[in-house]
Design a protein around this ligand. Structure first.
Ligand SMILES: CCC1=C(C)/C(=C/C2=NC(=C\c3[nH]c(/C=C4\NC(=O)[C@H](C)[C@H]4CC)c(C)c3CCC(=O)O)/C(CCC(=O)O)=C2C)NC1=O
Length: 169
C-alpha cells in the first residue's frame, strides 16, 4: 500500500533518478493540501454513519426498485449488506484522501469486486450512483467546515466510480 510520497519515491528509484522539477511540484502540492486532507477526513469520521444513512435513503428514493421484491437490496440482510458496502467505500475514500494516492483502493477495495458483484447480481450502476451521492454529501460537509479547496475530495470517489464502471472483467 502506497501514499503520494512513497509512490513517487518508488517511480524515481526504479529509474535511478533524483527528484526533478515535476516531482518537487507534486510533493509541494501534496504537502500544501495536507492539513486540508486531514481536516476533511476528520469531518467524514465524525459523521460517517449519518453520511451513509443519508446516502442510502437518497439512493433508494431515486431507485426504489432496488428494495422491492426482486431488487438486489430487497430483504433486510441485503439492505444491510448494501449500506455496509457504502460504508466501506466511504471509509476507504478517507484513507485514499489522506494518502493522496488511490493505491489503497486498488489493493483493498476494487480488486475482484466486479467479479463478486457480477456473481451476486449486485448492479454496478446503482452502486456507482451511491458512491456519487456520498461524494456530494462529503463535499458539502467539507465546504461547510470551512475547508476552501475540496477538489481532492472528488478523487477517490471518482476513481472508484471509474474503476467499477469501466473495467472489463
Ligand atoms: C472493503 C472491501 C469490500 C467490499 C467493497 C465488499 C463488497 C461486497 N459486497 C457484497 C455483497 C453485497 N453487496 C450489496 C450491495 C448493493 N446491492 C444493491 O442493490 C445496491 C446497489 C448495493 C449497495 C449500494 C448487496 C445487496 C450484497 C449482498 C448480495 C447477496 O448476498 O445476495 C459482498 C459479498 C459477501 C458479503 O455479502 O459480505 C462483498 C465481498 N466486501 C469487502 O470486503
Amino acid at each position: 500500500m502506497r501514499d503520494a510520497v512513497t509512490s513517487l519515491i518508488k517511480n524515481y528509484d526504479v529509474a535511478g533518478r533524483y527528484f526533478d522539477r515535476n516531482a518537487i511540484d507534486n510533493l509541494k502540492s501534496y504537502f500544501a493540501s495536507g492539513t486540508a486532507r486531514i481536516q476533511a477526513a476528520g469531518v467524514v469520521n465524525s459523521s460517517a454513519a449519518s453520511i451513509v444513512k443519508q446516502a442510502g435513503l437518497k439512493l433508494f428514493d431515486e431507485l426504489p426498485e432496488l428494495i422491492r421484491p426482486g431488487g438486489n437490496a430487497y430483504t433486510t440482510r441485503r439492505y444491510a449488506a448494501c449500506l455496509r458496502d457504502m460504508d466501506y467505500y466511504l471509509r476507504y475514500a478517507t484513507y485514499a484522501m489522506v494518502a493522496g494516492s488511490m493505491d489503497v483502493l486498488d489493493e483493498r477495495v476494487l480488486q475482484g469486486l466486479r467479479e463478486t458483484y457480477n456473481s451476486l447480481g449486485v448492479p454496478i450502476s446503482p452502486t456507482v450512483r451511491g458512491i456519487q451521492i456520498m461524494k456530494d454529501i462529503v463535499k458539502e460537509q467539507v465546504a461547510e467546515a470551512g475547508i476552501p479547496d475540496t477538489s481532492f475530495v472528488d478523487e477517490p470517489f471518482d476513481y472508484m466510480t471509474r474503476e467499477l464502471s469501466e473495467k472489463d472483467i
